[in-house]
Design a protein around this ligand. Structure first.
Ligand code: UDP
Ligand code: MG
Length: 304
């Protein structure tokens, strides 16, 4: 059986159409659909409930508030019973027509089948630029292994799913963890459709938050930047000290007290940054070890 996980945040105009297209595309395959309501404020939950009432292959999970896309995905994945799980957006940007291709690649022995979006006209210039910049920057600074164009539109085998479900970190970033966990994989390209109803639920702030999680989750490497800057400052301050001492003794043209002030200031500035960097490093390690809150809370479901 195939499980299809769909996180939903105010998608009342899309759910019915998505359901129809999934049923139509998937053919003879046995499947279940897990709809996760991520604190929608519109009619989404009612529509999900109605679908679940009419079709017992549909299960819904309603989170107690808006926990965010990644947490909603987690809620669905932890409850999926299939031999493979496909995650996709509710807004039809991820074409359900691709489901058979996912399944085919999976049957060929791939444990992860992920997708690479070819830029569509619909994506705004700002978002496109931001995501391109982020992918490049993230891989440099944090050691994050990200392929541009990857999103949460993928199939994972049952054994990959159990790895994902056992991750303890408090902030999830699936598209960053997927390259890290290994397993046999393949990618398929796709053209993202235009959003059919409503607008993007990823505000700039939500996008920034996800970016920050992405940056810090793979390693604490960004914290070393402070150490590097501090060390550089110290080095420069030593050079400058040489100059200050030279000016003091040779040209004898300095205001009294200037040399010692300059020395103290530059040197201590450098030391402070180094210490700050180290302190940051420990905070990073602590935060890496405290990842144990639940990722979501289910308030209502038809699932036993
Ligand atoms: N989503 C969610 N919680 C959120 C934001 C988004 O469950 O806080 C869902 C949304 O309903 C959609 C998917 O996550 O099914 C992707 O969101 P969206 O299409 O708005 O993102 P974009 O395609 O613009 O990156
Ligand atoms: Mg979308």
């Amino acid at each position: 059986m195939i499980s299809i996980v769909v996180p939903i945040y105010n998608e009342s105009g899309n759910i019915q159409e998505l359901y129809t297209q999934i049923c139509h595309s998937i053919g003879q395959e046995k499947f279940e659909i897990l709809l996760v309501n991520d604190g929608s404020t519109d009619q989404s939950l009612e529509i999900m409930k109605e679908l679940a009432r009419l079709d017992n292959r549909v299960r819904y999970f309603s989170l107690s508030r808006n926990f965010g896309h990644q947490a909603a995905l987690r809620a669905g994945m932890e409850n999926a019973l299939g031999d493979a799980v496909i995650s996709m957006d509710a807004d039809l940007q991820h074409p359900p027509q691709m489901l058979p291709e996912f399944i085919k690649k999976w049957r060929e022995g791939n444990d992860i089948v992920y997708t690479i979006r070819q830029d569509s006209e619909d994506v705004g210039f700002l978002k496109k630029t931001f995501s391109r910049f982020f992918y490049a920057f993230a891989s440099k600074v944090s050691g994050l292994l990200l392929e541009p164009g990857t999103a949460d539109f993928r199939l994972v085998d049952k054994k990959v799913l159990s790895v994902l479900n056992n991750l303890k970190e408090s902030h999830l970033f699936y598209r960053g963890i997927i390259p890290w966990i290994g397993f046999k994989r393949c990618s398929i390209p796709y053209q993202a459709n235009a959003r059919t109803f409503g607008k993007s639920k990823y505000s700039l702030v939500k996008m920034m938050k996800l970016a920050l999680v992405g940056l810090s989750f793979q390693s604490v490497r960004p914290l070393y930047v402070a150490i590097g800057v501090g060390a550089t400052m110290c080095f420069l301050s030593m050079m400058y000290s040489g100059y200050a001492v030279y000016v003091h003794f040779v040209t004898k043209s300095t205001v009294s007290g200037w040399t010692s002030l300059v020395l103290l200031q530059t040197f201590i500035g450098g030391i402070q940054l180094i210490v700050l960097g180290f302190a940051g490093h420990y905070i990073g390690q602590i935060s890496e070890n405290i990842k144990s809150r639940p990722h979501y809370i289910i308030a209502d479901t038809n699932s036993k």
